[in-house]
Ligand binder design. Structure first.
Ligand code: ADP
Length: 409
């Protein structure tokens, strides 16, 4: 069975093809046979298409900026040239899309019907760049692959059971009725990590109190009780909560009122400032990438040091908030680019929580851990480093839906 995954983002399109040779879903993730990525950020009006297979890696410059055309050219590399891995598109059984916003309508992955497409489009005002890119991705697949089954896997779905006391904002109730509430994001990754943690610990998910820390360019935490997300740091949009690569995370909303009144900031200017010019990038003035920040810290750069200290401080604060929601903790999980690779971030984050019995083993923490426990034997809380596999999680959902709907009983 061949499953194509499409992650049509705002500034990049990522895709991969899984080939499941047996009739059952493997317990652990497998490597895709083809991976492709279009980066639209390198040069204005152009995209860089990179395609990798087991045998080859190819780069192509796309001299246009149409995402639909780009996705079609990316898909053609499946059946043409040195990166060809299938004879024709009809070999693809099902396509899974990562869709950022499913609102409160979708609590799980769903087969894409005209109604689902309408719902994704209806949610565009809540995730303007993301949901419109998802619609383009779905249309591109229809164009190239015809009526192949397509599945939407929502980044918000895992958080849809967060109780109202956490989901609602303390503003006039009518805004809650109009959909202004916490939705939460990175749900595919938080859910994958929770399930993987239960596998690693060999304990039922329903018996665990977990906090998962997804720390990539975007960062969020989730408090997970009995396998259900009961709280998370991102909110109405993926801007709330932790300090991130280029995003501010939570700030006093009166700052925005001040900037509007005193400096005539427009909505677009505020949006750019908070989403693209803040976080590591904005505070350090150096980079959004933690690796460059750490290098600058080591060279004695004081703004890089401030950015790093703020990142850790805010991470600890929000961890405290998730602890308060959970009322206890069995396992802390670190995942994504920073969470998986930065031993210093894990060390600095954990050191203030020793008072709850959480103890990181420095040797294990520095030993490039993957899908392992890095807590000391006597720690009362397990600390896991998990390599997040969002594409594989989407493939699992596709496999489940395909077997329910398309195979005879
Ligand atoms: P995205 O959120 O875009 O999926 P990733 O999860 O890949 O991003 O995380 C990207 C970030 O991870 C980079 O910006 C960088 O800050 C961080 N990162 C990646 N590798 C390392 C490393 N070895 N040490 C520290 N930080 C790293």
């Amino acid at each position: 069975m061949k499953i194509l995954i499409i992650n049509a983002g705002s500034s990049s399109h990522k895709s991969c093809l899984y080939n499941l040779t047996n009739n059952h879903l493997p317990e652990h993730s497998i490597e895709p046979i083809w991976k492709a990525n279009i980066d639209w950020t390198v040069t204005k009006g152009q995209g860089i298409l990179t395609v990798k297979t087991n045998e080859t890696k190819k780069n192509n410059v796309l001299n246009y900026n149409s995402s639909c055309q780009g996705i079609i050219q990316m898909l053609n590399t499946l059946i043409e040239g040195k990166t060809k891995v299938i004879k024709n598109f009809s070999e693809i059984n099902i396509v899974g899309h990562r869709v950022v916003h499913g609102g409160t309508d979708y609590s799980e992955a769903t087969l894409i019907t005209p109604e689902v497409k309408t719902a994704i489009a209806r949610l565009i005002p809540l995730a303007p760049t993301h949901n419109s890119s998802n619609i383009k991705g779905i249309k591109a697949i229809e164009k190239v692959l015809g009526n192949v089954p397509q599945v939407a896997v929502f980044d918000t779905a895992f958080h849809c059971r967060i109780p109202l006391k956490s989901a609602a904002y303390p503003i006039p109730y009518e805004w809650l009725e109009k959909g202004i509430r916490r939705y939460g994001f990175h749900g595919i990754s938080h859910k994958y990590c929770a399930e993987k943690a239960s596998q690693i610990l060999n304990k039922s998910l329903t018996s665990l109190k977990l906090i998962t820390c997804h720390l990539g360019n975007g960062c969020s935490l989730a408090a997970i009780k009995n396998g259900i997300s009961i709280d998370t740091t991102m909110g109405f949009t993926p801007l709330e909560g932790l300090m991130m690569g280029t995003r501010s995370g939570s700030i006093d909303p009166s700052i925005l009122i001040h900037l509007i009144r005193k400096y005539n900031f427009t909505a677009n200017q505020l949006n750019t400032m908070l989403n693209k010019e803040s976080g590591f990038q904005g505070v350090s003035g150096i980079s959004a990438d933690l690796r460059s920040i750490i290098q600058a810290v080591n060279e004695g750069n004081s703004r890089a040091q401030l950015a790093f200290d703020m990142y850790i401080h805010r991470l600890r604060l929000h961890l405290g908030a998730m602890l308060g929601s959970l009322g206890g903790l069995d396992t802390l999980v670190f995942t994504a680019g920073v969470g998986e690779n930065s031993a210093i971030v894990r060390e600095k984050t954990c050191e203030v929580f020793e008072f709850i019995g959480l103890k990181l083993d420095p040797k294990k923490n520095n030993d490039f851990p993957v899908d392992t426990d890095v807590a000391t034997d006597d720690s009362t809380v397990r600390i896991l480093i998990i390599h997040t596999e969002e594409n594989w999680a989407i493939a699992q959902e596709c496999w489940r839906i395909f077997n329910q709907k398309y195979l005879p009983l």
